[in-house]
Design a protein around this ligand. Sequence first.
Ligand SMILES: O=C(O)CCC(=O)C(=O)O
Ligand SMILES: [Fe+2]
Length: 283
Amino acid sequence: MPLTQSQLTEWSNWCKTNLHRGLSPASLAEQMSRSGIEQAYIEKALGPAFGTEVRAASHDAFANCAITKRVGQTPGVKKLATRKAQVFTWADFLTAAECDKTIQLIEGHLRPSTVTDTRGDANVRTSSTCDLGELSDPFVFDLDRKISAALGIHWSYSEPNQGQKYLVGQEFKSHTDYFEPRTAEYLPNTAERGQRTWTFMVYLNSTPEGGATRFPRLEKLFRPKQGMAVIWNNLTPEGEPNPYTLHHGMKPRRGEKYIITKWFRERGWAPLDYTEEMAASGV
Ligand SMILES: O=C(O)CCC(=O)C(=O)O
Ligand SMILES: [Fe+2]
């Protein structure tokens, strides 16, 4: 049976929401097919994702994505002067209005933060989390596209956007964002989308005291400044987990701290490169 225009729009929105939540195009096509939707409409609803497969991009492509070429080109972007890891900052990446709007969204949907492996310490992460990517909010999709274009990697390689809130005394103790190979957390977390690659984190407020992000092995500390992004590759250019990226979300001593984090993976369903033009056209 043919779909009406409004039914097609509804299915297209359903696809968009679920693709941004990290579901694969094949699994969505299968669900639509089970709902009795004809192939031609499945193709329309999925758009560019139709017929694609989730697969790994090359480590070289990750190590040379657009952010690595922005210093001196894009105002506000700096590279940390070290050969040990690829770390960048981007001042005023989000406007104050975008930050405030994101904080409002986070405030409405908080749960206690979790980790994949506590390593025996129940207090390893004491903050609260908001699964922004689950909200199906067009503003969050815009954020996804803006972050992906800034980094230069298509959003299908990324996990859904997360917001974090730290009250005075709350923290995320030293950890790496990659999954530790040869541990129990490794396979269940990497089987589908692969290892974590880049982390894109944005400070949504300027915490008055404390709350820095510390990279002890790089001897570097970033202080939360509203709108500033800290962006790093958790892997080496060869694709191995990079232990130098160990970091600690420190306790705010006064005031709160709000951030968003987006983690990128080795596998996605689109070509890796993603530009501002693509983001503006809504793909
Ligand atoms: O809060 C921070 O500064 C760091 C957060 C972090 O490391 C994470 O969410 O993975
Ligand atoms: Fe982290």
